[in-house]
Ligand binder design. Structure first.
Ligand SMILES: *[C@@H]1O[C@H](CO)[C@@H](O)[C@H](O)[C@H]1NC(C)=O
Length: 361
């Protein structure tokens, strides 16, 4: 399968939000002018005049962001007990684990997740800026020789403790290597190839991807790591999701890279046509494109109302909190505190929360 195709498969499902943003930015006829490139204010007068006023001098926030882009994370150091693992710490974990008995054998292994093992809450609450950092530990989920392992790596002592091996329930998160491998497994099966050809799809136009990570019950006793793979035709479109090969699902064993089962029930379901499936602006018939929206302007002319201290501590209005990314939860907000208007003191509001779990009824 071609690399070109691979990128489009994975980019789309993983980054739909990002794509939406990119589309928003590339669709608009209006590119924000900056500094020397001021607007012609014969239309949008009030909006335009204020825009020009702000644009004629570089906004502070942009200048700051620029510096941030050049920030070299290789030399990052943790400042707070909840700061995420740094590049140096991740490298150290890899070195420690590569000489651990579980991973020493020649067979390949994968580290599915490495994250900070947060110190206990009372310790974190007692910790004050200026105190020595609490011992740094990492929680690791790894897979080796067909077994999953949950480990703790102590970064100070280089000690590794194994909590669970083999028989634990659940499965590690998929890696990109898992996804790429699963997508090509169906093609080792002659019956699968035949079924594709019988549907009039050229094997070179085939795009398969594992869409369903999850638990399906039936094979529990074998403790196999399975995933269902579905396929599409990329012929004459970049938008292959619009050309699904219906009723054909391949159950794949991620460890042995074998086909476990093929469910082939949709031979009579036609594959949708490629016509008019290209979503890109360049592919639209211009006469049919709706009039694009008027410009919008969202600004903080006096720079943002938040500041970031030590890379992760955010102060915003009367709030203060720690923020970090997490591979599973997304953004984690910790130790959120608000300045109480009655006492003037910072008051604890939330120890730890995930915006991804925010529910607004
Ligand atoms: C199925 O088709 C692919 C692509 O043409 C080919 O590489 C593969 O060897 C075929 N598999 C079998 C079992 O014939």
């Amino acid at each position: 399968m071609e690399t070109r195709n691979f990128f489009s498969f994975f980019f789309v499902p993983l980054c739909i939000g990002l794509v939406t943003l990119v589309i928003l930015f590339t669709w608009g006829p209006y590119t924000p002018p900056y500094a020397t490139d001021l607007l012609d204010c014969t239309t949008n007068s009030a909006w335009c005049a204020s825009k020009n006023r702000f644009q004629s001098k570089p906004p502070n926030s942009l200048v700051k962001n620029k510096n941030h882009h050049n920030h070299n994370h290789a030399s990052d150091a943790p400042h707070h007990p909840l700061d995420p693992l740094t590049v140096q710490e991740l490298n150290k974990i890899r070195t420690i684990l590569s000489s651990h008995a579980l991973f020493k054998s020649s067979s390949p292994y994968a580290l599915h997740s490495i994250e900070l093992e947060e110190p206990d809450k009372p310790l974190v609450l007692r910790w004050k800026k200026g105190d020595p950092l609490l011992p740094r530990k990492a929680s690791v989920v790894a897979r080796a020789s067909g077994k999953s392992h949950v480990l703790t790596v102590d970064l100070t002592t280089s000690e590794v403790s194994v909590h669970q091996s083999g028989s634990n329930s659940g499965y590690p998160m998929l890696t990109m290597e898992d996804i790429i491998a699963a997508a090509s497994v169906p093609l080792v099966n002659a019956r699968f190839n035949r079924s594709i050809i019988e549907r009039g799809v050229d094997l070179t136009d085939l795009a398969c991807l594992p869409v369903s990570s999850g638990w399906f019950g039936e094979y529990e006793e074998n403790r196999r790591r399975l995933i269902k793979v579905q396929c599409y035709s990329v012929k004459d479109t970049v938008n292959f999701y619009m050309r699904p090969i219906e009723g054909l699902t391949v159950l794949v064993d991620l460890d042995t890279k074998q086909v476990v089962e093929i469910s082939d029930k949709g031979a009579s379901i036609p594959i949708p046509r490629a016509a008019n499936t290209d979503y890109r602006y360049s592919a639209q018939e211009l006469s049919k494109v709706i009039k694009l929206v008027n410009p919008i302007s969202i600004e903080q002319p006096n720079s943002p109302s938040f500041t970031i201290e030590d890379d992760h501590l955010v102060k915003w209005a009367n709030w203060k909190f720690h923020v970090k990314p997490d591979a599973r939860a997304g953004v984690i907000i910790s130790q959120a505190r608000v300045r109480d208007p009655d006492t003037g003191e910072l008051r604890d509001v939330m120890y730890k929360g995930f915006p991804s779990e925010l529910f607004v009824p």
